[in-house]
Ligand binder design. Structure first.
Ligand SMILES: Nc1nc2c(ncn2[C@@H]2O[C@H](COP(=O)(O)OP(=O)(O)OP(=O)(O)O)[C@@H](O)[C@H]2O)c(=O)[nH]1
Ligand SMILES: [Mg+2]
Length: 297
């Protein structure tokens, strides 16, 4: 765990010591930020009745329909007439999220699976940590207070291996790389530049957030079993896609988005020193937050 004093020492020498203009401006301008919930949904008509009614009315809800054949879009509209149905232009969860993000209008964007595995009640936790200074609130099933009823041994092992690889290559301290429950300020979008199609999307976002110098704070999250229907993920096939993404992002040196505040030139040789990780709190706003290495309420 990094103590505040250590974080201060680090700030004096780290490229992300520059105050993040985006964050400060946005938080000041939006003391009560608006929230968009982006829900990728491929044949989730049976599950949506257990998800949509739990979302507060004031949230903008975008259901990204993956060419479902079970009436997912119609069910979403019936359950939540004000929800926006977004179509995706290609196939896959990554493409669905990219299309949903592009259509979202909120200050904060939350990613929520449609299968009943992500608990909508946890959204407050993510929003809270963003309002307390994080750019990107990253769900983790491996922190105290989190967990999963849905991880098979092969997924668990693969996730640990891939998380370790990313930490090694990018200097991060992620505990749960391949998890779909995350939230971030909309100003992060140019840095994340979601341009992949499949289940590698969370890996891509986590790596690009680190490369851009965004403040990523992990939030404990519990993943329930999918309620109905079957998984779209294939552990080996999608694990290989994640691996290819990690390699491609490591080879590509420059971060996405415009240099702005926290952003910096990504130098492959300085990977271990410049990356904000889940335990560091470099921003002055965060010094006032009473959390330790991870957020718990
Ligand atoms: N729009 C869209 N949504 C998708 C696509 N693939 C997966 N999803 C959604 O992405 C979310 C996560 O997919 P899941 O199939 O549940 O993957 P998983 O959580 O790894 O697997 P489970 O163990 O079954 O929960 C779900 O809400 C899916 O409906 C797609 O191609 N298009
Ligand atoms: Mg799922």
């Amino acid at each position: 765990m990094i103590q505040p004093a250590q974080a201060n020492d680090a700030r004096a020498t780290q490229p992300w010591a520059t105050p993040r203009r985006d964050h400060v401006a946005v938080v000041e301008a939006a003391p009560s930020p608006t929230v968009s919930v982006v829900i990728p949904a491929l044949n989730e008509a049976e599950n949506l009745p257990h998800v949509l009614p739990k979302l507060p009315q004031e949230y903008e809800v975008l259901v990204v329909d993956g060419h479902s054949t079970d009436g997912t879009a119609a069910v979403a509209t019936e359950l939540r007439p004000d929800s926006r149905i977004v179509s995706q232009d290609r196939r896959g969860k990554g493409n669905a999220l990219g299309c949903g993000f592009a259509a979202a209008t909120g200050d904060i964007i939350v990613m929520l699976d449609a299968d009943g595995s992500a608990r909508p009640e946890e959204i407050d936790r993510f929003v809270d940590i963003l309002c307390r200074g994080a750019d990107f609130a990253k769900g983790s099933r491996r922190l105290a207070g989190g967990g999963s009823a849905d991880l098979t041994w092969i997924r668990r092992a693969g996730n640990r291996l891939l998380s370790g690889l990313v930490n090694l290559l990018f200097g991060t301290r992620y505990t749960d790389l391949c998890y779909g429950y995350n939230a971030f300020w909309a100003y992060c979008l140019p840095h994340l530049d979601v341009d992949c199609d499949g289940f590698e999307v969370e890996t891509l976002m986590n790596i690009r957030a680190a490369k851009a110098g965004l403040v990523v704070v992990e939030v404990p999250s519990y993943e329930d079993l999918r309620l109905f229907g079957s998984s779209n993920l294939r552990a080996i096939r999608d694990g290989m896609r994640v691996l290819r993404t990690i390699v491609a992002e490591r080879v590509r040196r420059r971060p996405r988005g415009n240099a702005n505040g926290a952003s910096r030139e990504w130098e492959a040789s300085g990977a271990a020193t410049g990356t904000v990780n889940s335990t560091s709190k470099p921003d002055p706003l965060l010094e006032h937050a009473a959390f330790s290495d991870s957020y718990a309420d």
